[in-house]
Design a binder for this molecule. Structure first.
Ligand code: ZN
Length: 389
């Protein structure tokens, strides 16, 4: 790969013909059309988020004469360049000189580029940038792009995969799943954690459709001209979740919906009954893990381990053990009630405290409380045999 350091390109040159696309959230072109600022494998513009602190910081650096760091271009031909690294900074500058956002002056007044003093304008426009122009094959450039992004604001794994498998499929996928203007994003966000512009939804869609093999799936579909299969699968999962669970609870966000869909979508559920059960479990003080409620219900309300139902504390267990054991000794029977009614040698065995476990007499799932009155100590074997009802 060949690299050339350029030191004479100014902010003014870069901003010549700058276009910002509000819908895609991308700075598109600069350098009189010669420069593509955000090629399809680049992340969206993120410096305007969080109140725009980062884009303001870029402009303040220019005004103070601070360097804004190295910028890397990929030279595609004599008349065409792409930004490999620096697109956030370039987009900040381009957005400022086209009056897309304001900075505060020394009196705390908001000032757009069009309104600031001539010398300040000149200072920004005449700033020379440090730019490396690189020439190489697609794979060299991508490998290198991967390396430079290990430093700086790291790319999330899906952004990296988008770079590696850039092409029509990724472009369409981002248009559908990473476009914050898409009206569905809010609905999807109820079930999927992370932000759409950092590829969280696209990543989940790929993860579900590929059953966890995103890499292979992207490689296989890289040159597809449609994302219909991906969309169809993704929408089936979303429709299934919102069909079974009519209430949206915050604990639903980020669950393994892909796996749950694969496991349970062929079973039928009564959404009204499901909703009642969800509400009942939300109101149950013994349920320690609310995230487990959804899988618990999908699986037929049997696996109480998913709910991490509150267990008996040590003081309760010891008190119950003492009473039970004293009683058993007077009768010369085992202190495990199940052993006591048996016919083998254990029928008169007195188990030690740590050889026993606490059991709900009336199962928690049938309304039994986690209180001393409902606690019985059983030998480990019998407790295990009784299981989690
Ligand atoms: Zn026993």
């Amino acid at each position: 790969m060949k690299t050339t350091l350029k030191t004479s390109i100014t902010v003014k040159d870069i901003c010549e013909g700058f276009v910002y696309n509000e819908l895609e959230g991308k700075g598109l072109f600069g350098l009189s059309g010669k420069l593509t600022i955000q090629p399809e494998y680049q992340r969206n513009y993120i410096y305007a988020s969080d109140g725009g602190k980062r884009e303001v910081a870029v402009i303040e650096s220019l005004l103070k004469g601070y360097p804004i760091g190295l910028i890397y271009f990929n030279k595609i031909s004599e008349s065409s360049l792409e930004v490999l690294d620096g697109q956030q900074r370039i987009t900040s500058v381009g957005r400022f000189v086209t009056d897309k956002f304001a900075i505060k002056d020394e009196n705390g007044m908001e000032q757009y580029f069009g309104g600031i003093a001539k010398d300040k304008k000149a200072m920004i426009l005449e700033t020379k940038l440090l730019i490396y122009e690189c020439e190489g094959t697609e794979s060299q450039i991508k490998e290198w792009f991967k390396t430079i992004n290990i430093a700086g604001v790291p790319l999330v794994p899906q952004e990296l995969l988008n770079a590696i498998y850039s092409g029509p499929f990724v472009t369409l996928g981002k248009e559908e799943f990473s476009n914050t203007q898409n009206a569905n994003i809010q609905k999807w966000g109820a079930y999927i954690k992370g932000s759409a512009d950092r590829q969280a939804i696209f990543e989940r869609a790929l993860d579900w459709a590929s059953k966890g093999n995103i890499d292979d799936y992207m490689s296989l579909h890289r040159n597809d001209k449609t994302i219909n299969e991906l969309k169809k699968y993704f929408n089936s999962v979303i429709d299934w979740i919102s069909g079974v669970f009519t209430d949206v609870e915050s604990e639903m966000c980020g669950l393994e919906w892909g796996r749950l869909y694969e496991t349970y979508h062929k079973k039928s559920y009564n959404p009204k009954k499901v909703s009642e059960e969800v509400q009942k479990l939300y109101g149950d003080p013994y349920v320690n893990n609310r995230k487990g409620i959804f899988e618990f219900i999908l699986g037929g309300s049997a696996d109480t381990k998913l709910l991490e139902v509150r267990v008996f504390d040590d003081a309760t267990k010891k008190a119950v053990y003492a009473t039970q054991t004293a009683k058993a000794k007077t009768k010369e029977k085992s202190n495990c009630s199940h052993c006591a009614i048996g016919h083998d040698a254990n029928k008169s065995k007195v188990w030690k405290f740590d050889e026993m476990d606490a059991d709900h007499v009336a199962a928690w799932s049938k309304g039994g409380k986690t209180a001393a009155k409902n606690c019985e100590m059983l030998c480990k074997t019998h407790n295990r045999a009784k299981g989690n009802r």
